[in-house]
Design a protein around this ligand. Structure first.
Ligand code: T4K
Length: 397
């Protein structure tokens, strides 16, 4: 953390850091009594009753026939990629968390990075077909910030080229597309129930699919490839969710309405507080859809704000507001992908602009109205006095 800037001296700073991704901890007693029951039962993992109940609950909420719980969203993607026998190249957005292309690369596939639509931050359908080659087997869309991909357009492209279409729905539990819950689009979708997510299971993921045969295979691969006792019929992995994780997940599901109400109020407070500050534009959500509002994201226009996103982030960090620049620098620019033999970094102008403009603010049940008012006033002051801020930041380098 850098020292506070002189323009804020005399104003109280946040005594404790305010993090993006602070977990929502709901109904401690409800969770602990589930844990007691799990301990009493002496059934701790391996497709236990609490995991099955969690799967059933997610299936009910999303309206998807099969939900397969896994130990995290990344393993969920890997198991799905494996179960669909994807190979060669798969098209993915670069503007996503490292887990998305990582799941492909971990299995020896090549993630082919595609640009995003700057207005939605999701895969740009018009840019996909130029990346399709004879080695392409699938499209992996990501519903960034919980805002749905252009599902119909992606499905049409996938159909036209006989490709599998799957979705990384890590951000999108509880969200809809055209009024339909995310979970049932494409061949399958993968949710994350990581601690930082709107509903959490400490660590956890869920693969949702309406394809019964695929679900059966997912369950087998999740459990080392066992068909039944003594019969391993294909190569599998340990992707199982524990009973305690499912207990946390179930407890979270029982309190979704409260959490989404807080998130949505927080979102509105940020929106009200930041609107009108030059160069600061809060990413919007289509009010006709359901959203979990687990991310509050803004785009910073350096010219209008007089300060770039990184400058603003340094100011916020100095004030103990640990805003994040998800997803910097764009997956195609990550060292891991630069060093793969034969991979040159493609130019993805929309992604490259976005990764320098977006900033995520703290939200969730750990953040209150007074915090958000204070954060908005820090941003306003930093922009208002951007010349002085830049001079002070330059002096710190
Ligand atoms: N696809 C997408 C599009 C994703 O965004 C993700 C994960 C995945 C796939 C994979 O899903 P999982 O395999 O994770 O189920 C965090 C999360 O770990 C990750 O789940 C999430 N996306 C990503 C966007 O954010 P980091 O590297 O930012 O984690 P870290 O340790 O910096 O923590 C984030 C913030 O949360 C910090 O400000 C600290 C705070 N925090 C975190 C934890 C775990 C807490 O306050 N308490 C906590 O217990 O990845």
């Amino acid at each position: 953390m850098i020292d506070r800037l002189a323009i804020f001296t005399g104003i109280p700073a946040f005594p404790q850091p305010l993090h993006v991704g602070r977990p929502n901890v709901v109904d401690r007693q409800g969770f602990l009594s589930r844990v007691e029951a799990i301990l009493d039962s002496r059934w701790l993992t391996n497709n236990g009753p609490v995991v099955r109940e969690f799967e059933h609950a997610v299936a009910q909420i999303t309206g998807v026939r099969n939900c397969v719980a896994v130990c995290n969203g990344t393993i969920g993607l890997e198991i799905l990629i494996r179960a669909l026998d994807l190979s060669g190249e798969v098209i993915v957005p670069s503007f996503t968390f490292a887990a998305t292309p990582g799941a492909l690369a971990w299995l020896g596939l090549t993630p082919v990075f595609c640009d995003v639509d700057p207005s939605t931050h999701n895969l740009f359908p018009g840019g996909i077909e130029e990346h399709i080659t004879s080695r392409t087997t699938g499209i992996l869309g990501v519903h960034i910030w919980g805002r749905a991909c252009a599902t119909d357009e992606l499905a049409a492209i996938a159909r036209r080229h006989s490709l599998e279409l799957i979705f990384d729905a890590a951000h999108a539990f509880g969200c809809t597309s055209g009024g339909v819950p995310i979970g049932g689009f494409g061949e399958a979708e993968v949710f994350s129930f990581h601690a930082t997510k709107y509903a959490n299971a400490f660590e956890g993921g869920m693969i949702a699919t309406n394809n019964d045969d695929l679900a059966e295979r997912l369950r087998r691969i999740r459990n080392f490839g066992f068909q039944d006792v003594d019969h391993v019929v294909e190569i599998g992995i340990n992707g199982k969710m524990s009973e305690v994780a499912a207990a946390m997940g179930l407890t979270s599901l029982e309190h979704l309405a409260e959490v989404v109400a807080v998130n949505s109020e927080n979102y509105q407070r940020y929106s009200d507080g930041l609107t009108g500050i030059p160069g600061v534009r809060v990413v919007t959500f289509d009010r006709r859809e359901s959203h979990n509002y687990q991310y509050v994201v803004a785009e910073i226009d350096e010219v209008e704000a007089g300060l770039d996103r990184d400058g603003l982030m340094r100011v916020l960090h100095a004030e103990n507001v640990l805003a994040r620049r998800y997803f910097y620098p764009g997956c195609h620019q990550l060292e891991a992908y630069q060093s793969l033999p034969g991979r040159e970094s493609p130019s993805l102008p929309a992604t490259e602009a976005l990764v320098c403009r977006t900033i995520c603010f703290p939200t969730g049940t750990a953040v209150g109205a007074a915090d958000i008012a204070r954060i908005a006033s820090i941003v306003a002051r930093a922009v208002d006095q951007s010349g002085m801020v830049k001079d002070q930041l330059a002096g710190l380098i």
